[in-house]
Design a binder for this molecule. Structure first.
Ligand code: ADP
Length: 630
């Protein structure tokens, strides 16, 4: 039969190396999440800073204006004193009465202008009159020539100065103006104002801001901790100079050093300070957007600090949101991809199944055609065999028939003898009987008639046996062994009697699966041969024995005749092999007997018994192996 190659799996069903994907995909997704989250964070922070910057710019402008107006609103005040004749008189001629007048005047003016103090210095820098003349720490008589504002004002420049009062130790903004008379400076008017109101305002507005002066020292701050700290590094020389000027009294002027400083634009910086642990427990550092602007008419700068924590939190939230969204999208993409793969695998599997199915169907069709052809061939062979069998059977039947006819031919002499004897007796008896009837001897006549009857019966049995022997039989059938043995012995009765043999019969009356006539034929052949072999035997003995053998029945026919020599044994079952002289033997008996036994599913063999003679063993199947044995 043709051998097809095995069905190969389609490429789509082949196992893919997924391990690499499974190993690298999760870290890749996590990396992507982190990267996107971080980029979003930076972007959001940048945008936020931009927005904060714009807002801060407006706030800075607003508060710078406020600071400027707060500072500038006192600008005019020192120059007002030029109008006051008592002041110029006092400067020209400092008398106690005038001093008292001017003191009173300054006191009133100070009260009305809500400044801290107003005082007048002579050209040497000594305080001639002051609004706080009543106070214990009054400036009266004090020499303030070392003050920068005095030094500026005496030269005709506007004196602007933020410092800590050397008498009171109180910080303040000093505005000085050189008082002129006829083009000559005769003294200096000074007004000290406090700017703490600005700080309070910032604090109320929760604004973080500070003002640094020309030295970079924070003079105003919403956070008191930053006050009087330097926003830029001070050299030892500058520190020394400032200390000597007593501008900040003896304050240490520490630097407000940020942990981190990043310049974003001109006047815009990102500063990170350590957090004030007493206020902020949550953070260790605080970052600000610092926007600085010059204040008009002063060398000062206003810096607005906008905390970046909220913005950073918001940016972190957005970053996280984007990372989560990225994870979600990645998850959806992976899920979609997996589903797509499952679907395509299913489709491929279905396609492969269909292909395999088609292939299978094709092969089935091919094989069916092959099978049909071989079936046809087999049928042809069976037909031929049946025909051969039929021919064989016919030949066999012919042979059997020929054998039978031959046997009948052989037996014809003895049959004729068998039939002639009763015929002769019948003739005599019938003639006598007629005569006895004529004489009226009816008793003797009836006795003769009974004898005639018996003779006719005997003749009928002989012819019946011959007819049964000559009849064609069937392969299948059922035979009684007892009856067959009896029939065979009956058929050969003449010869048996003539030979005066000793018969040992030990046969069970079993039902054998063979046609009755055929069994009888076999037995007649075997017993007839035995009788032939024992012709020269003075004390012929014939053994007919039977027993069960391997589920079948075994019949042994043994004689004490001349036996079979080795050469004859080779050809025993060959047709027309005979050792019998003349017309006695045809050489068909054993051939036919063996073929009849084989046709019934049995066997026939010759054995050479140790005690001499010949033994034929006939084995035949039982009709019902369970049947009781008689
Ligand atoms: P036939 O009897 O016509 O010769 P058979 O086929 O019956 O043909 O026998 C073939 C030969 O087998 C006989 O000629 C004889 O030589 C031998 N044979 C058969 N039976 C016996 C027997 N019981 N003892 C010795 N020889 C036998």
């Amino acid at each position: 039969m043709k051998c097809d190659p095995p069905l190969s799996a389609p490429p789509s069903l082949a196992v893919k190396p997924r391990l690499i994907r499974h190993l690298f995909l999760p870290p890749l997704v996590i990396l992507l999440m982190i990267a996107l989250g971080y980029v979003t964070y930076l972007y959001s922070e940048k945008n936020g800073i931009k927005a904060l910057g714009e807002n801060g710019e407006r706030q800075l402008e607003l508060h710078a204006r406020t600071v400027e107006s707060e500072i500038n609103k006192y600008n005019y005040l020192p120059s007002v004193l030029e109008l006051e004749s008592n002041v110029s008189d006092l400067l020209n001629d400092p008398s106690p009465e005038l001093r008292t007048k001017v003191n009173d005047y300054l006191e009133g003016l100070n009260r009305r202008s809500r400044s801290r103090a107003i005082y007048v210095l002579d050209t040497t820098g000594r305080v001639l009159a002051t609004s706080n003349w009543r106070d214990a720490d009054s400036y009266l008589g004090e020499d303030l020539s070392f003050r920068a504002y005095y030094q500026d004002a005496i030269r005709g420049l506007p004196g602007r100065f933020y410092g800590i009062g050397s008498t009171t130790g109180e910080p303040g903004y000093y505005l000085a103006h050189g008082l002129e008379e006829k083009g000559k400076i005769i003294g200096v008017a000074v007004i000290k104002v406090r700017l703490e109101a600005l700080e309070e305002r910032w604090q109320r507005a929760r604004l973080e801001a500070f003002v640094s002066d020309e030295n970079g020292i924070i003079i105003l701050s919403s956070d008191p901790a930053r006050r009087l700290k330097s926003v830029r590094p001070l050299t030892a020389e500058v520190k020394e100079r400032l200390a000597r000027s007593l501008q900040y009294y003896w304050w240490p002027l520490n630097e407000l050093v940020p942990l981190e400083r990043e310049s974003i634009a001109d006047g815009v910086e990102k500063l990170t300070f350590p957090a004030n642990s007493s206020v902020d427990h949550e953070h260790t550092v605080v970052s600000y957007l610092a926007q600085t602007r010059d204040l008009a008419d002063t060398p000062w700068h206003l810096t607005l600090l906008t905390p970046l924590e909220d913005l950073r939190r918001e940016a972190a939230n957005q970053g996280m949101l984007v990372a989560v969204a990225c994870a979600l999208v990645a998850f959806l993409l992976i899920a979609w991809n997996e589903r797509r793969k499952v679907i395509s695998t299913r489709l491929a599997a279905r396609e492969a199944l269909e292909q395999a199915n088609n292939e299978l169907e094709r092969r089935i069709t091919e094989r069916t055609a092959d099978l049909r052809a071989s079936n046809e061939r087999l049928k042809g062979q069976i037909r031929e065999r049946r025909q051969a069998e039929e021919t064989l059977r016919q030949a066999q039947d012919e042979l059997v028939q020929a054998g039978k006819l031959a046997a009948i031919g052989q037996m014809s002499t003895s049959i004729a003898h068998e039939l002639n004897q009763p015929l002769a007796a019948l003739r005599t008896l019938s003639g006598n009987t007629v005569r006895f009837i004529e004489r009226g001897a009816l008793d003797i006549a009836s006795t003769n008639l009974r004898t005639i009857n018996d003779l006719v019966d005997r003749m009928g049995r002989i012819t019946a046996s011959l007819r049964a022997f000559a009849r064609r039989g069937e392969d299948k059938g059922q035979a009684s062994l007892g009856k067959a043995v009896a029939a065979a012995l009956q058929l050969l009765a003449g010869r048996l009697e003539a030979s005066a043999l000793d018969l040992h019969q030990q046969i069970d009356d079993v039902e054998l699966a063979i046609d009755q006539t055929r069994l009888e034929q076999i037995l007649v052949n075997l017993i007839g041969n035995a009788l032939d072999a024992m012709q020269a035997q003075p004390l012929p003995v014939l053994w007919l024995e039977g027993d069960l053998f391997e589920g079948r029945y075994r019949v042994r026919v043994r004689d004490n005749g001349h036996g079979i020599d080795a050469e004859a044994r080779k050809h025993l079952f060959e047709p027309f092999f005979t050792t019998k002289p003349g017309e006695q033997g045809l050489g068909l008996g054993l051939t036919l007997s063996a073929s009849l036994a084989a046709a019934a599913g049995g066997s026939l063999n010759a054995e050479d018994p140790a005690e001499g003679g010949t033994m034929f063993v006939l084995i035949l199947p039982l009709v019902n192996s369970g049947a009781p044995i008689i």
